[in-house]
Design a protein around this ligand. Structure first.
Ligand code: PEP
Ligand code: MG
Length: 533
């Protein structure tokens, strides 16, 4: 029995899994070479067709953001720009498998070496496309993973995730990966434990480490290979305490959140795609505290009508509860083709409100859609990445101009309350420049990374990126106190709002309004009930 090996990464979806490791890294399959270039071409065409058919079948069984991922892959497979170089290589004498591997390899390297997390995260989709066609070429299906396995490797393909039956447990442990990837989003929404950024196994590892049972602690972001008996026992205690907390939390879902001392805390939800609300019982939350809109800006810039329909859908679903929609926060880790610009340091660049103000023709379209949607519910609008008062004033002036123009044309519209995200330290330190805003929403993900100078998506500095550092908490408390004195509502919509370990400190800092991912709604309410303030 080898010595236990502990690896630490970042939690991408909380939970526990104990099971055999299943190696995700591709096994080189054998491909039978053909006699002529024409036959090689036919083999690749047939394989692409087979992969396309498989994706189409999977799309029928999927919906929401999962279907979007598969549709992206389908579109890529249909794109001559992607497949063309492989066919050219076949014409020049390469066999189909080598031609395909090389053509896709070049694309994948481009995505992997991007300095933007968004593109690095999409590299997984490209590898998925490569492997699906290779699989079809070799007619070798991957070996099946045993039930309850922990999928372990560089990264996991979205199709692999969607094809796996997670009902008997299991989890995902990635050497690379990203908490912002498509699969991470899916894992969170389906409650599959997942850890990313574990790094290579290192010199201490033997084949025996990979052959046995592993313990995945995706609450704290670690995995133990070849665990000792004591570690297995300790893990099982943690795991059953997590399961008990989750079960107990469910009983809190239907009730409004209150602390032990009877202090009411509003708990709203964060959503991205309008279809996210399809799976949420509206009576379990106090509204939408953050609707991110950059996902609507996925492949192309959405037109006014598409945006209007998306916003209206969420407002009608909310049945009069507040819905806070954030104007597009493109840039940083969320580039939008045709809108964002390439930068060496995108987190400190032209992102959020800065970009919207720099491209008013795109911004005005969103503003018109929001003003029109506002008549269908209780809309609030907020601006991301505001650093100085001028940005708020400029954005508010554009709202006033567009409202006047719509009203002159007789179009139904309404001016919503306009607030700002507090996620740039300048605003948190000197909020007195913003006394005219309707509300503040603390973006703790960005506020923490800017205060601690530790990127939110880098496992190597994850220990520094903590909302519970006194510097971050002190800033949050001072914004909450400023809001109370000035009668400006203050909420928090960063991921920390749904983190049971952070909730007591947030309430102690004076917050009474949190917005959390839907999967964390019950856990957040249960954690609030344990606070004695
Ligand atoms: C935040 O920064 O905390 C936030 C909610 O915005 P995003 O995660 O979209 O940057
Ligand atoms: Mg942010």
């Amino acid at each position: 029995m080898p010595e236990p090996l502990r690896l630490q990464g970042i939690s991408a979806s909380a939970g526990y899994a104990e099971g055999p490791l299943f190696n995700l890294d591709p096994v080189v399959a054998r491909y039978g070479r053909k006699a002529t270039a024409a036959d090689e071409r036919l083999a690749l065409e047939t394989a692409i067709k087979a992969a396309t058919g498989r994706l189409a079948t999977l799309i029928e069984a999927t919906k929401g953001d999962a279907a979007d991922i598969l549709e992206f892959q389908l579109a890529m497979l249909d794109d001559d720009a992607l497949t063309g170089p492989a066919f050219a290589a076949i014409a020049a004498g390469q066999p189909a498998d080598v031609a395909w591997r090389q053509a896709l390899g070049a694309e994948i390297v481009g995505y992997e070496t991007s300095d933007q997390d968004y593109f690095r995260a999409r590299a997984a989709d490209m590898r998925d496309i490569r492997d699906q066609v290779l699989r079809a070429l070799t007619e070798d299906s991957d070996p099946a993973a045993p039930a309850g396995a922990i999928f372990y490797g560089e990264d996991i393909a979205p199709t692999r995730f969607l094809e796996t039956d997670w009902s008997s447990g299991g989890g995902i442990a990635l050497k690379a990966g990203s908490a912002a990837s498509h699969v991470a989003m899916l894992a969170r929404s389906r409650g599959v434990p997942m850890v990313v950024g574990l790094g290579a196994v290192g010199l201490g590892a033997s084949p025996a480490h990979l052959a046995g049972v592993a313990l995945l602690d995706a609450e704290h972001g670690g995995i133990i290979l070849a665990p000792s008996r004591a570690e297995v026992e300790g893990f099982r205690r943690l795991s059953s305490s997590f399961a008990a907390r989750r079960d107990r939390a469910k009983t809190f879902l239907a009730r409004p959140a209150v602390t032990k001392a009877g202090t009411a805390v509003r708990v709203q939800v964060n959503i991205a795609d309008p279809s996210d609300v399809d799976n949420i019982d509206v009576s379990t939350c106090d509204g939408v505290g953050l609707m991110r809109t950059e996902f609507l800006f996925g492949k192309t810039l959405p037109d006014e009508e598409t945006q209007y329909r998306a916003y209206r859908k969420v407002l009608e679903w909310a049945e009069g509860r507040p819905v806070t929609i954030r104007t597009v926060d493109a840039g940083g880790d969320k580039p939008v083709p045709g809108f964002t610009v390439a930068e060496t340091n995108p987190f400190l660049g032209l992102r959020g409100i800065r970009l919207s103000l720099a491209k008013p023709e795109v911004f005005r379209l969103q503003i018109r859609a929001l003003l029109r949607a506002a008549v269908h519910g209780n809309l609030k609008v907020m601006f991301p990445m505001v650093a100085v008062r001028d940005e708020y004033e400029h954005a508010a002036a554009l709202f006033a101009e567009e409202q006047a123009a719509l009203s002159a044309r007789g179009v139904a519209q309404k001016m919503p309350p306009l607030g700002i995200m507090v996620e740039v330290p300048s605003v948190a330190i000197a909020p007195e420049a913003f006394t005219e805003v309707a509300f503040f929403s603390i973006g703790s993900n960005d506020l923490t990374q800017y205060v601690m100078a530790a990127a939110r998506d880098n496992a190597l500095v994850a220990h520094l990126n903590s909302i519970r550092h006194p510097a971050v908490l002190r800033l949050i408390a001072s914004v909450a106190a400023f809001g109370r004195v000035q009668r400006i509502p203050v909420s928090l919509c960063g991921d920390a709002g749904g983190d049971p370990a952070a909730i007591p400190a947030l309430i102690e800092a004076g917050l009474r309004d949190l917005s959390v991912v839907p999967a964390q709604l019950a856990m957040a309410k249960a954690a609030i009930a344990d606070v004695s303030i």
